[in-house]
Ligand binder design. Structure first.
Ligand code: GDP
Length: 458
């Protein structure tokens, strides 16, 4: 997702990191790189200008505090501004769906033909009926969802929605190409009311380009349905055109949010950054696959982190927190800090925690770019397998052996290897790694985190 932009910006970020001081000249240089990265990603020029100006203004006024280097401070400013640009300034609730209207809450889908309206209708229906919808930080529970198509121009469109509805297991309200779109809307709304649906999603006709008749029609649908959400669906691969389309739809309709589809493709992704700016509306979801589970709620801050190659640490922590024993983790962290007391028993506890965090592959994906690259050779299956083998070795030791690894001479190692079903070399390799880890912890104790990061080239 947004790979080119991510790569360019992480190069910039690296250069910035190397700088000892932030001067007018090197700030200019770095901002030029940021500007190029954004333009290359197809972010529209006025947006780029505005963005760079804001970053510059903030960066030059920024006090460099504590352990931050000036370069790090600039990265921080870029991150803040990217977050704001993508809607972070509206607050975290802005990207949530509002379904307060009683019942049914109507969601109107608007956008050009091929943008992904029908697919997104299905994805949303699935997501809402599965109970994944969150409002003000809380899940709102499973919704009873119906969908209807008001696309009377392509007969196949109505059938396509039916197929999707069956796949995700929501109610499809029949419509017919001989009906008027507004009549379809009225009767679907009536049906959804009588049958106590929580949500009615209305898929509409798109055209290949902006077209006056289409705009009139969707305005009419809007007035008939009085939707609580009017979502503009736009294809990320459209680049600059996405911006023009967004403007036209934004002028015609009181949009409440944007869904950016096909972010999994080779889209340059700049649209994600411009569309918000142009429509003034929050991005609410991104489409990340053709499949009907390929929909993600949009988080400006997390997206900014991904774009900067900083990894999606928040999602990572959320995933971890679900499973991990916080008190236990803190105890371990304290031990790690104290350095010399960390033995193989602690190592075993630590692995158990890591295992609880979940599938290694999906964790690795959310790590910052450098870490993920380092771990890149590890396919998720391999990482999990390696973890189990290491655990097997540790479990074949006695508690005394784990407390005092120096007891482990050749005969004991052979016994352990047999117990774990691995070659002796693997026991040796694990012990070497453990020694290196201990060494690193001692470094940490002596020189602090900064020294260790430098040693690691961070
Ligand atoms: P509509 O004309 O706006 O209703 O668009 P469709 O829902 O028919 O989607 C057009 C094409 O885009 C279909 O082939 C979809 O499978 C595909 N599509 C929609 N959303 C996504 C997405 O997020 N990722 C990918 N890769 N394909 C998508």
């Amino acid at each position: 997702m947004l790979e080119n932009l991510t790569q360019r910006l992480s190069r910039v970020v690296k250069t910035i990191r190397g700088e000892a001081r932030l001067t007018e000249t090197n700030t200019q240089e770095m901002l030029r790189e940021v500007r190029l990265a954004l333009l290359e990603a197809d972010v529209s020029l006025p947006v780029v200008r505005d963005f760079v100006a804001k970053v510059k203004e903030k960066a030059l006024g920024e006090e460099v505090v504590g352990s931050l280097s000036p370069g790090q401070a600039l990265v921080g400013v870029v991150h803040q501004e990217l977050t704001a640009l993508m809607g972070g300034d509206l607050g975290p609730e802005a990207s949530e769906l509002s379904l307060a209207m009683q019942p049914p809450a109507v969601i109107l889908m608007a956008g050009l033909q091929g943008a992904g309206k029908t697919t997104t209708t299905g994805k949303l229906a699935r997501w809402l009926s599965a109970g994944d919808h969150v409002q003000y930080g809380r899940k709102t529970g499973k919704k009873k969802v119906a969908v209807v198509s008001a696309d009377v121009y392509r007969p196949a469109a109505i059938e396509q929605l039916k197929t999707v509805a069956v796949q995700v297991g929501v109610e499809w309200i029949a419509s017919d190409a001989s009906q008027k779109p507004e009549d379809i809307a009225r009767s679907a709304l009536d049906y959804a009311k009588r049958h106590h649906f929580d949500v009615l999603i209305v898929d509409t006709a798109g055209r290949l380009g902006i077209d006056e008749a289409m705009m009139q029609e969707i305005k009419m649908l809007h007035s008939v349905l009085n939707p609580i959400e009017t979502l503009f669906v736009v294809d990320a691969m459209q680049g600059q055109d996405a911006v023009n389309t967004a403007r036209a739809f934004g002028d015609a309709l009181p949009l409440t949010g944007v869904v950016l589809t096909k972010l999994d493709g080779d889209a340059r992704g700049g649209a994600a950054l411009s569309v918000r700016h142009v429509t003034g509306k929050p991005l609410k979801f991104v489409g990340v696959s053709e499949k009907l589970d390929g929909l993600e709620p949009f988080h400006a801050e997390r997206m900014a982190q991904r774009v900067l190659g900083m990894g999606d640490i928040v999602s990572l922590v959320e995933q971890a927190q679900k499973n991990i024993d916080v008190a236990e983790a803190q105890k371990l962290a304290a031990k790690m800090k104290s350095g010399d007391k960390f033995d193989l028993n602690d190592f075993r506890d630590q692995l158990a925690q890591v295992k609880k965090m979940g599938d290694m592959g999906s964790l690795l994906e959310k790590l910052p770019a450098q870490f993920a690259q380092a771990a890149g050779q590890l396919q998720s299956g391999q990482a999990d397998k390696q973890l189990r083998r290491t655990e097997g070795i540790l479990n074949s030791m006695t508690p005394q052996e784990r407390a005092k690894p120096e007891l482990l001479k050749a005969s004991r190692k052979r016994r352990i290897a047999t117990g774990a079903g691995v070659p002796v070399q693997e026991v040796n390799r694990m012990l070497n790694q453990f020694e290196q880890m201990q060494g690193m912890m001692k470094q940490m104790k002596k020189g602090g985190m900064a020294k260790m990061m430098r040693a690691m080239g961070g």
